[in-house]
Design a protein around this ligand. Structure first.
Ligand SMILES: Cc1cc2nc3c(=O)[nH]c(=O)nc-3n(C[C@H](O)[C@H](O)[C@H](O)COP(=O)(O)OP(=O)(O)OC[C@H]3O[C@@H](n4cnc5c(N)ncnc54)[C@H](O)[C@@H]3O)c2cc1C
Length: 335
C-alpha cells in the first residue's frame, strides 16, 4: 500500500479546502467515510478516482461534526452523509417513516461493516465488478474497455449497460431513489442539490464514474420528503448466499395505498443496472388499481420488459420478475 497523508476535516468547508489544496499541489485525493471500501481498494492498488493515481491524501469526513445526524420536523427529514449504516437502520424516525431505507441499510454486508460504513460511502462506493477489483484497465479504472462483455458477466447489468456493464453496488441507492431523496452536494462553489436521476450517471453519459461528484465534492446529506399517511415501503434483496454480499437483484418499493387500492407506486431495482433502475411502466400499472395477484404478476412482467441480458446473466430476468411481483403483492396486502 502506498504511503498517504490523513487529514481529519472538522467542517465541510475545511474538507473541500483540504481536497482543493491537495489537488493544487498535484496530489491525488479521496474523501473517506468509514474507509471499509476505500482502504481495501488502496491495499489492492486499485484506482479509486478514475484519472487519478492511488490517493496521496485522504480527507476524513467522519470527523465533521454533526454529519451523522437525522433531523426532522413535520416536513422533510435530513440524513447526514456520515451516519453509519447501523445507526441508520436503528434510527426510530427512519424505521417509522422510511422502512425501505432502514431495511436496505440492514441488508448491507455484515454487522462489522455496517458499524463503520457510512451512508455517503455506501452510495459513492465503487463497483464490485471482478475485473475492476482485480486491476484490469477497464472503463472504471480510466481505461477504454469493459472486459465483462466477452467475459464473466454473471453478475453484470441487464438494463442500461454499455459501454460499461457494471451494476451499481449500493443497497441504499435504490431505496433513496424510491423515496425521491434529494442529494446535497458540497464543493468549492458552495452547495447543490440533485435528484437521484441527476446524481447517478449511466455509462453512456460517463463510462468511468457512477455519479456526478467531482474530486473535490462531498455528498453531505440526503433529504427525504415527507410521506403521506397511506405510504408504506419495503426493500427485498436476493443474494447468492445468506449474508455479507451484494444483491443479485433487489427491489425498493414504495406504495401509497388507500385501503387495497394503490394511488401511486415507486419501484426501483438494484443489482441489475449501472444506476438504481426505476421501472415507470411497472409503476404506472399500479396507479389507481386494487392490487391483486394477477396485477402483481403483470407488474413483475412489465418491470423486465426492456431487459437485455449478456451471455451469462439471463437468469436475472425471471429473478427480477419474481422479486417485483412478490414484493409488490406482499407490501400491498401487508396492512
Ligand atoms: C465484504 C463486503 C461486503 C459488502 N456487501 C455490501 C452489500 O451487500 N451492499 C452494499 O450496499 N454494500 C456492500 N459493501 C460495501 C460497503 O457497504 C461499503 O464498503 C460501505 O458502505 C462504504 O462505506 P464507507 O463509509 O466505509 O466508505 P469508504 O470506504 O470510506 O468510501 C467509499 C467510497 O466513497 C467515497 N466517499 C465516501 N464518503 C463520501 C462522501 N460523503 N462524499 C464523497 N465521496 C465519499 C470514497 O472516496 C470511496 O470512493 C460490502 C463491502 C464489503 C467489504
Amino acid at each position: 500500500m502506498k504511503a498517504f497523508t490523513n487529514q481529519n476535516a472538522r467542517t465541510l468547508d475545511e474538507a473541500v479546502s483540504l481536497a482543493q489544496e491537495a489537488i493544487s499541489a498535484g496530489q491525488s485525493v479521496s474523501f473517506a467515510g468509514g474507509g471499509t471500501d476505500l482502504l481495501q481498494l488502496m491495499k489492492d492498488r486499485v484506482v479509486n478516482r478514475p484519472g487519478s493515481a492511488e490517493p496521496d491524501v485522504l480527507v476524513h469526513l467522519t470527523t465533521v461534526e454533526g454529519l451523522d445526524q437525522v433531523t426532522s420536523g413535520s416536513g422533510d427529514t435530513t440524513v447526514g452523509g456520515m451516519i453509519t449504516l447501523s445507526a441508520l437502520a436503528d434510527n426510530a424516525v427512519v424505521r417509522g417513516r422510511f422502512a425501505v431505507l432502514a431495511e436496505a441499510a440492514e441488508s448491507v454486508a455484515s454487522p462489522q461493516i455496517r458499524n463503520v460504513g457510512t451512508l455517503g460511502g455506501n452510495v459513492v462506493q465503487r463497483p464490485w465488478c471482478w475485473y475492476y477489483r482485480n486491476g484490469f484497465p477497464c472503463f472504471k479504472a480510466g481505461g477504454d474497455q469493459c472486459y465483462s462483455v466477452a467475459g464473466e458477466n454473471q453478475l453484470h447489468a441487464i438494463f442500461g449497460g454499455g459501454p460499461s456493464f457494471i451494476v451499481h453496488p449500493s443497497d441504499l441507492a435504490p431505496a433513496l431513489v424510491a423515496l425521491d431523496a434529494t442529494f446535497r452536494v458540497v464543493g468549492p462553489t458552495g452547495e447543490r442539490t440533485l435528484s437521484g436521476s441527476d446524481f447517478f450517471v449511466l455509462p453512456s453519459q460517463d463510462a468511468s464514474h457512477e455519479n456526478v461528484l467531482a474530486d473535490d465534492e462531498v455528498l453531505a446529506s440526503v433529504v427525504l420528503p415527507a410521506q403521506g399517511s397511506g405510504v408504506r415501503s419495503t426493500y427485498h434483496k436476493v443474494m447468492d448466499r445468506d449474508a455479507w454480499t451484494h444483491a443479485l437483484v433487489s427491489a425498493a418499493v414504495v406504495l401509497d395505498m388507500d385501503g387495497d387500492v394503490c394511488r401511486e407506486a415507486q419501484i426501483v431495482l438494484g443489482g441489475v443496472a449501472p444506476i438504481p433502475w426505476r421501472v415507470p411502466e411497472a409503476e404506472s400499472l399500479l396507479a389507481g388499481q386494487r392490487v391483486t395477484p394477477e396485477l402483481a404478476r403483470a407488474v413483475g412482467a412489465a418491470a423486465v420488459a426492456g431487459a437485455t441480458p449478456l451471455s451469462k446473466n439471463a437468469y436475472k430476468i425471471p429473478l427480477t420478475r419474481g422479486v417485483v411481483e412478490r414484493t409488490v403483492l406482499t407490501l400491498a396486502t401487508s396492512a
